[in-house]
Design a protein. Sequence first.
Length: 567
Amino acid sequence: MDEFKRAVAEAIAKAAGMPQEEVMQLIAVPPDSSMGDYAFPCFALSKQMRKSPVEIASELQRKVRTGGLIEKAAAQGPYLNFFVNKAMLAEAAITAVLREKDGYGSLKLKGKKALIEHTSINPNASPHVGRARNAILGDALARLLRFHGYKTEVHYYVNDIGKQIAMLVLGCEGKRKLEFKDLLDEYIRINAEIEKSPELEQKAFALLKKLDDRDKKTIAEFRRVVQLCVTGQKRIMEGLGIKYDFFDYESAYLWSRKTEEVMQKLEATGKVFVDDEGRRVINLEGFSLAMKSPVFVLTRADGTSLYGLRDMAYNIEKTGRAKGRNIVVLGEDHKLYFRQVEAALSLIGLKAPEVVHYAFILLPEGKMSTRSGNLVLLEDFMRQAAEKAEKEVLARNKSISSSELKKLAEAIGYGAIKYHIIKVSPEKNVMFSWEQALSFEGESAPYIQYAHARICSILKKAGSNNKKIKSSGLNYSLLQAREETELAKIIADFPNAAAKAEEQLRPHIIANYTQMLADRFNSFYHACPVITEDKGLMDARIALIKAVKQVLETGLGLLGIEAVERM
RNA sequence: GGACCUGUAGCCUAGCCUGGACAAGGCGACAGCCUUCUAAGCUGUAAAUCCGGGGUUCGAAUCCCCGCAGGUCCA
């Protein structure tokens, strides 16, 4: 699509005597494609030429040279609208996709590395839907990075030694048979108990102290609960197709010298001092942090490390491994905290990871919270989605094997979950409603998957024909219907969407793009029969839908959603 | 009290970074479309003070300032 835009810019630049780069910046897209494919607003020229934009537009129309990629130029009021050559557009888009296949739209970066840390749920219970936003967002980002060529590794940080974990360990004390599914109840129960009798909290702190002192029995107790939890969380995420290359444990920084090394570097800045509670803190004045006193607490009074110091050691280690892009996905509640880490790291000459923040998923009662039990479990969400998908599939496919049914139901149900969460910009709160979350119509994964399944169905029916199809030697000028041109245009736009999503680290751009593509395909589907008597037309249309199929598959793949062949 | 994010038809959202034509989708509502490639679909209609108020600009949903409301944080 860019080559057409450049051709337009070149034509205008020559006619108006302007630098082509400047023209590129000004080129817009008309509100309706019937008005043209590109538009040049003439307002900006009005002042220097001392003519009305309307005059300029019609003057430029006379001067501008068309032909080749540009079919015609037409002045419309203060705009000069351009129509591109439809056949050339369709050919360029379709052949590019069929040639590059699953690499179409990739930046094809070479030798670049990336590291992304996401999910990093406290090992305290079965994850709720709010936590899933981190995982789904992070997973989509990892897929996006890999797609563009980054050698990417995914990390999961396990906060296995926090106060909340100590409380859970306390709650699980003496429980012989402990299962993953019990942890949530235990966690809620112990939190409620501590609420009632605060002296219990001291017991939790005592456990943490014992951990610090490397008490073997305590370590084992923590490990039992944490492992149970991590294993359970990992299983759930794997069910959603989300995988991790490394699980990094916070406790590793408790019993190593790494925090001391960081501390030494920080001390060398001369900004570390002991506060009135005896803790060592670093002065972060000058970083415009929204805090009463801009400091970052590093240790307790007894000199043992606090979460922040361990996190700094962890971040330093990640930076060393990343050797390229280094990304972390964090809830918006960590915004200020992360700015502190960033500031502290910068004092010792290090760069913090790029951070992607997301807002919480809310319930009518407020934000989801494991502690209070105000939540929708991801497991329940997944089960409900798969059950609904199964019913829908069965209603349409009576003779389907039970194993295929299960696979399909998960692809569709889990796809719906992922899409529902990823389609919204991360900085927006999401109000969770079962009705919307389990909608399989409109802006949803099943809608997109359905378009893909339809294409598969047509290709199957077209039989031997589609095997013989090549992208060359076809008569693309037969693709003249509005729906066909619209489809070709959006296919041509995929590389832009994929690049923008990567640049801004915003996968919802891919979600919206893919929806739009499916949308255009459905309009085409109803208006233009693929299997027809006219062989030339049929071949051209088959090439078109094969390209659509590929881009749908790539787009869904970037979101971690399977493109199913039947529904 | 301070800082950051968000506010777009009854509901959910895209567009905001990088200003441009009557603000775009989806759900819901209403009217149509299955003997023809899967109706999880398509076509059409009704529905919007783009939170409010100032400002910048030829032009503001978009940029700036002041408010209001929701979310988050101030260890």
